[in-house]
Design a protein around this ligand. Structure first.
Ligand code: SF4
Length: 379
């Protein structure tokens, strides 16, 4: 197995959103140029150890990669090109962006550097909710940014939306969906709010000052957005992802197919030569370790065949097409039913899975209670 995908993390944002527990730091005062130098060195170190073959997907995530200045963006794209020159003609090259941060100059540089997919964190179209989330943009910036990206030449635009937000009603979500649909994006990622420890929202929740919708209301929102997006021609291909035909995220599919990928930058994860690894989260530590010509890895695990099979099932079942029995057979030289027959049968009996001749997939019920189904595959 050789890695065909590259993830690069830019851990800087204009400010920190109130619900965010990603590896992301307010950009003001950060050593961004030194970070880019360190990224360049990390790519050299890793690609010397694990030389790349043809790359199918690249994903620059964050943080907010579009907080880079035009010069920094140009430099980043040039270094990615230098370390990964061998690219598929169908390369999918995504960048994450926040509305309001994509100037025309930046868009031009990204297009010239080969980026062909842009994913905007829109989250909601209710102005007061955007403020409450700590987002830096308003509704107008979402609309302007999508239009500007399309005019600059992006033909593959994704929007991230959130539901289950404080004081959010089903009607609010419908309004958000209508506004988002009027921009005709190619793809949607829709996630429910998770209140993570260490965030401002967590502290508010502890003090009982975060009025979240009930579980039933959140479930209604999920079902409703699935129905509306399906009606508008966005087919659901993963628990949280919806696309126009042919616009499914190929990069994320590599994760769900349990294939290997390079991961660069603070807090990023990678999977190379049967080893899963995670990088250190602190920017200063990342730069310091790379200055010593070492890889900035904080954790690494050799993945056993047993663990790999578990990952294959758990990640693969997230996709609506489920897990392929023939792919399992060719990867492990074992029949999926010989390894997981009893687990699968138990989940079928619980109404969470269904078995098709070539695939095993989540049922409608399994889609809602996915975590129960996934846990059953862990030994
Ligand atoms: S823009 Fe994204 S990564 Fe940055 S703080 Fe907000 S949620 Fe976190």
């Amino acid at each position: 197995m050789s890695a065909k995908a590259v993830y690069i993390h830019i851990p800087f944002c204009t400010n920190k959103c109130h619900y965010c527990d990603f590896t992301a730091y307010t950009v003001k005062g950060q050593p961004v140029d030194d970070y880019l130098t360190a990224l360049d060195r990390e790519m050299r170190l890793v690609t010397t150890e694990v030389p790349p073959h043809t790359i199918e997907t690249i994903f620059i995530g964050g943080g907010t990669p579009t907080v880079l200045t035009p010069e920094q963006m140009e430099r980043l794209l040039e270094m990615i090109q230098a370390h990964f020159p061998n690219r598929s003609p169908q390369l999918e090259f995504t960048i994450e962006a926040n509305p309001g941060t994509t100037t025309d100059e930046l868009l031009k540089i990204m297009i010239a550097g080969g980026v062909n997919r842009i994913s905007f964190g829109a989250q909601t179209f209710r102005p007061d909710l955007l403020k409450r989330l700590g987002r830096i943009h308003g509704v107008a910036e979402i609309e302007q940014s999508v239009i500007a990206a399309r005019e600059a030449g992006f033909q593959n635009i994704s929007l991230d939306l959130m539901f289950g937000l404080p004081d959010q009603s089903l009607e609010d979500l419908h309004h958000t969906l209508q506004s988002a649909l009027s921009l005709h994006p190619d793809h949607f990622s829709c996630y429910s709010l998770k209140v993570e420890e260490g965030t401002l929202f967590y502290h508010l929740a502890q003090k009982d000052e975060l009025p979240l919708p009930s579980e039933d209301e959140e479930l209604n929102m999920y079902q409703s957005l699935r129905t509306i997006l399906a009606e508008k021609g966005y087919h659901q291909y993963e628990i949280s992802n919806f696309a126009k035909p042919g616009k499914e995220s190929r990069h994320n599919s590599i994760y769900w197919l349990n294939e290997e990928y390079y991961g660069f930058g603070t807090g990023s994860h990678g999977y190379l030569q049967k080893i899963r690894y995670a990088n250190v989260k602190s920017v200063a530590e990342y730069i310091r370790i790379i200055d010593q010509a070492r890889r900035p890895v904080s954790e690494s695990d050799i993945v056993t065949e047993q663990e790999d099979m578990e990952n294959f099932m758990i990640l693969g079942l997230r996709m609506m097409k489920g897990v392929s029995r023939s792919r399992f057979q060719s990867r492990y030289h074992k029949d999926m039913m010989d390894v997981y027959g009893s687990v699968i049968q138990k989940l079928v009996d619980q109404g969470l899975l269904k078995v098709e001749p070539e695939r095993v997939v989540l049922t409608e019920k399994g889609l809602i209670f996915g975590n129960e189904a996934f846990a059953a595959f862990l030994i």
